[in-house]
Design a protein around this ligand. Structure first.
Ligand code: FAD
Length: 408
């Protein structure tokens, strides 16, 4: 792709990015949509789901320029992004920018969490969606949040032998949450119906994973102290989601920890830069869709159409608040890592070494924690929960990039 300028550039082609791009293009803007994946759809749709099709078609109809495999790794000058594509690097200019960069899974370290076949719940689902065969494989799913149920249902439907689902939240919190949202209750019951025979254990979490070359079993604990070991081939583990805010932080957008702060029109603290979807807070599909629409209309100059969607967004935000409360991580999980447990798997830094420091900056300087290829994307979320430290600064590249791309 050659260097180009657009009225509106959308980073992220998940539900929020797709709706934002469509609405901005409907307003008559020249729009580009960039995403590092080969197909639009983001985490939930991954290019294949039929729910994405109407939005992808609408984007095509309105002339949205879609670039597959376009990784935005820097913002080297005002209103210009540095983008790496499959075959090169280019600069993309914008008048207005919409950051719809989504979220990633939060991992919590425990002894054995770096063994092969211990992976993120959404990560294992993504591998299955890309064709990895799981038929007959024994899978334990553990962590927190509704994503675990969706993953369990998907893996089972694709032949996996899902042994159990361990949810760290207490049963009372989960029941209260589900009962207060009748539509979600229907969704939850539908998911559960596809999991008949699979135990859903609340107040339950993994404490260690065992194996030689690869995972062989996981040890689980319940809040009453009962501890036992389950043999399995895969452990799919995720303790909620963390917003992807690195690009917003690089652009100087104010944060409302851990998300990008936005006003009613999804405008960040930086003029011309909007944000929508899970980057602005974890709230599920419907909230991402409507936030994307609002940001798209606002960036396209039609504030009235944006305002007409405020009530819908408020309803979905209430759901997001309830979600956060129901699946808040319990304090006991702070004791999961032992002194010798790796916290930073890129740089082999143990809990003992991280704990000897007094903040994130000191840990980086003295141990290289968070300085490896993932740039703290994995250990940062864990350290934030375990020790309450926030990452202080973001430097380019915000995603790994070729040296040639960065030397322009
Ligand atoms: C791993 C995972 C699996 C999930 N699976 C489910 C599920 O099965 N069911 C469910 O209901 N919900 C699922 N969710 C939650 C779901 O993703 C959200 O509810 C919602 O769809 C988020 O939409 P979004 O548009 O905000 O973000 P996303 O769908 O995450 O889209 C953001 C997109 O931005 C791209 N991106 C980010 N930074 C850059 C950059 N710098 N350059 C280029 N591209 C960039 C990402 O690759 C991604 O494609 C999952 C979440 C995760 C993290």
């Amino acid at each position: 792709m050659a260097d180009r300028d657009f009225d509106v550039v959308v980073v992220g082609a998940g539900p929020a990015g797709l709706t934002a791009a469509c609405r901005a293009a409907e307003c008559g803007c020249r729009v580009a949509m960039l995403d590092d994946n080969p197909q639009p759809g983001g985490q939930i749709w991954r290019g294949a789901a039929k729910q994405a099709t109407p939005w992808v078609r609408a984007a095509e109809k309105h002339g949205v320029v879609w670039t597959a495999g376009a990784r935005v790794f820097d913002a080297p000058e005002p209103q210009r992004l540095a983008v790496e594509t499959f075959d090169g690097e280019c600069r993309v200019g914008y008048r207005n920018l919409i950051l719809a960069t989504g979220a990633r899974e939060r991992f919590l370290p425990f002894p054995g969490w770096t063994l092969p076949n211990v992976m993120g719940a959404g990560g294992l689902q993504a591998l299955a969606k890309s064709g990895m065969p799981l038929a007959g494989k024994r899978v334990v799913i553990a962590g927190s949040g509704p994503l675990l149920l969706a993953v369990a249902r998907y893996l089972r439907a694709h032949g996996a032998d899902v042994r159990l689902l361990a949810e760290q939240a207490p049963q009372a919190a989960v029941i209260r949450f589900v009962l207060s949202y009748p539509r979600k209750l229907v969704q939850a019951l539908t998911l559960r119906a596809g999991l008949i025979g699979v135990p859903y254990l609340t107040s339950c979490w993994p404490v260690s994973a065992q194996g030689c070359e690869r995972l062989e079993s996981v040890t689980l604990r319940r809040s009453d102290g009962r501890t036992w070991t389950e043999a399995c081939d895969y452990l799919a583990c995720g303790f909620g989601l963390i917003p992807n805010v690195e690009l917003a932080a690089l652009l100087g957008c104010r944060m409302s920890q851990p998300s990008v702060e936005v006003d009613d029109l999804q405008l960040t603290s930086v003029a011309g830069v909007y944000s929508a979807g899970e980057a602005t807070g974890i709230g599920g599909l419907e909230l991402s869709l409507v936030e994307g629409e609002i940001a798209g209309y606002a960036a396209g100059g039609n504030a009235d159409r944006a305002k007409a969607l405020f009530a819908t967004r408020a309803r979905h935000r209430r759901f997001a608040d309830a979600l956060e409360q129901a699946f808040a991580l319990r304090r006991e999980l702070r004791n999961l890592p032992h002194p010798a447990t790796l916290i930073c798997r890129c740089e082999d830094v143990t809990m003992e070494r991280v704990r000897a420091c007094s903040n994130w900056r000191e840990a980086k300087l003295h141990t290289r924690c968070g300085m490896g290829p993932c740039q703290g994307r994995i250990c940062g979320g864990a350290v934030e929960f375990l020790l309450g430290w926030q990452a202080e600064s973001v430097r380019p590249p915000v995603l790994p990039a070729r040296v040639r791309s960065m030397s322009r």
